[in-house]
Design a protein around this ligand. Sequence first.
Ligand code: ZN
Length: 190
Amino acid sequence: MEKIELHKYSYDYAYSIETWIKEEIYPKFWLATPKFDWGVKRTASRGGYYADGPSINMAMHGAYKDTKGEIYRHFEYPSFDANKEIGGFYSRNPLHKLEAIIVHEMAHAVQFYAYRLNSTRCKPHGTMFKNFYKRLRNQFINPYLPEQAPLKQDYEDYKDRLVGKRLRKSFNKISDEEWAHLTQRAAGGK
Ligand SMILES: [Zn+2]
C-alpha cells in the first residue's frame, strides 16, 4: 500500500474504533485529531489526552513495514508480550502490526479519558490500560490473526534462513578481500 492509502486506512481504522468505544464503553468518548507522522526519526507511537482531547499520534514509519509477505513477529510491551490476548503475535500481513499499534494507542486514549472521568490514575501499562486494550484487541485484532502455532515454527525457520544468509554474505565478503590481498602479495604487489 502507498503512503496516502495507508494514511487514509489508518485514519478510518482509528475512527471505527472510536465508534465502537462510544457504543460499548463511553458514549461521550471522542477521538480528537489523530496524527499520522511519517518522519523516519519518529519511532514511538503515542496515545493519551491532548490539548483538544483524547487522541493518538502514530509513528507510521515504524508501524508499517512492507514485509512482502514474509513472516514477522509483532512485539508488545515487554510485561505482557507473552499474553495470549494482549501480547505479541506472528503474521504475514503488515496491516496487522499497524492495526495493533493503532489499537494499543487508542487504548491509551480511552485510559486517559477514563482518568479524567473518574478522577483516577493507574500505571501507563497497568490494569486499566490492559483491560481496555484486551477489549479492543478481542474486537479488532485477535479474531483476524492467523493461527499462531504453525506461524511460530515458520518464524523460527525464517530466522535460521536469515542468519544463514548473513553468515554466507560475510564469509564471501571476507574471502573476496582476503583473496585479492593474498593474491597481490603472492604476485609481488604492494
Ligand atoms: Zn503503550
